[in-house]
Design a binder for this molecule. Structure first.
Ligand SMILES: [Zn+2]
Length: 378
């Protein structure tokens, strides 16, 4: 994500172009190059317009997510489409359903809008006539509306294919989640997604002149749906463990006045990614391992831990689950949560505690009994 430029900000969401986006302009211009420089410019501008529609599609997902209280930081546009970074997952099937459907719904509205404008400005007969000469004559104004309508219709239909992690797959998973436990619903949706992915490849092999993007998208779907299944499993396991089960008072802690030299010595003995900083027995913030190392490199060992202190730390109650803790960690600025009992700091939960808990729980509880809908029997 770091090789991108921010081009706009809307409702606190940064809209970024990935560096490989330059390819998109070339891909847009290429087929129109037969009509000279003007044709190439037309192709590039139309491709930009289509990607603006993709950005609006992602904005549709993002605004519904924001309405459900799920923070959205970035929308990044790449040659294969857009992606909105949600800092937490939907908490109910209805939330997932509405967030997923909002993107394609934007394209349906845009298609109708551009069709209306095209008919009003150019007239129906002119549009039909222009559609019959596409790519055979130099580009003309009518084509703008034809291309925008077909691109948005295609975006809506393609994204609604039931292939997790695409939007249609999320809609399918949401419907399944009304009946099945989340992990079971995800597994079923992933099987459907893989059938669709194999279908894409078969289609590409046997139908001539289909886009070379098709097998590529099949790969993304095939592996993306597998990642969704793993994620659903992690969510289920972490929801079974409480913060109090993993928090340790023995993790090293710093004070704001601890020198960077002392801190680096501790780093050599501890694998933790984040450390608590206490003053007079009270938690004042946390420091990240990489920030400590960077500060020690830049300032030398006589600098202080306070120079890289992060004060905003999410807190969890000892009896909240690790799933809750992870949710708060993902929303926060730092990947750690402080376990607090009536104002007293018990310890931190970091990615390391989550990974350790997953490892132990997977070995011990992977065979826990389930009911016929895949829900854990406790
Ligand atoms: Zn989408």
């Amino acid at each position: 994500m770091n090789r991108s430029w921010r081009v706009a900000t809307f409702a606190g969401i940064n809209i970024n172009l990935h560096i490989s986006f330059v390819l998109v302009l070339v891909m847009g211009a290429w087929p129109w190059l037969v009509f000279g420089a003007k044709g190439a410019l037309f192709g590039a501008v139309m491709m930009l317009a289509v990607f603006a529609c993709i950005a609006l599609h992602e904005l549709g997902h993002s605004l519904v997510a924001l309405a459900f209280g799920i923070p959205v930081t970035d929308i990044t546009l790449t040659p294969i489409g857009g992606v909105a970074i949600l800092k937490d997952r939907p908490k109910t099937p209805t939330q997932e359903l509405l967030i997923a459907i909002a993107g394609p719904a934007v394209n349906v509205v845009l298609a109708a809008l551009f069709a209306g404008i095209g008919i009003a400005v150019e007239g129906w007969d002119a549009l039909v006539a222009a559609s019959q000469t596409i790519m055979r004559e130099p580009p003309r104004a009518e084509l703008i509306w034809i291309m925008l309508v077909s691109a948005n219709a295609w975006l809506a239909v393609f994204n609604m294919l039931p292939a997790l992690p695409m939007d249609g797959g999320r809609v399918l998973r949401a419907f399944l989640s009304y009946v099945f436990a989340p992990e079971r619903a995800t597994r079923i949706a992933a099987v459907v997604a893989r059938v669709v992915a194999v279908g894409f490849v078969a289609l590409w092999l046997f139908v001539p002149n289909l886009s070379p993007m098709l097998p590529f998208i099949a790969l993304v779907v095939f592996f993306g749906s597998g990642a969704e299944v793993r994620e659903a499993k992690v969510n289920r396991v972490l929801a079974l463990i409480r913060a109090t089960d993993v928090v340790t008072p023995y993790a090293p802690r710093f004070e704001p006045g601890t020198t960077l030299g002392e801190a680096v010595q501790v780093l050599m003995m501890s694998p933790l990614p984040v450390f608590a900083v206490e003053q007079a027995g009270r938690l004042v913030g946390v420091v990240r391992r990489e920030d400590l190392l960077e500060a020690a490199r830049a300032k030398g060992s006589w600098g202080f831990v306070s120079s890289v202190l992060i004060r905003e730390v999410p807190t969890v109650d000892p009896f909240e689950t690790l799933d809750d803790a992870r949710s708060k960690m993902q929303r926060g600025v730092v990947r750690a949560a402080a376990v607090m009992r009536s104002g007293m700091f018990l310890g931190l939960i970091t990615e390391l505690e989550l990974a350790q808990a997953m490892e132990v729980a997977e070995r011990l509880r992977a065979t826990a009994p389930r009911d016929s809908l895949g829900r854990e029997v406790r």
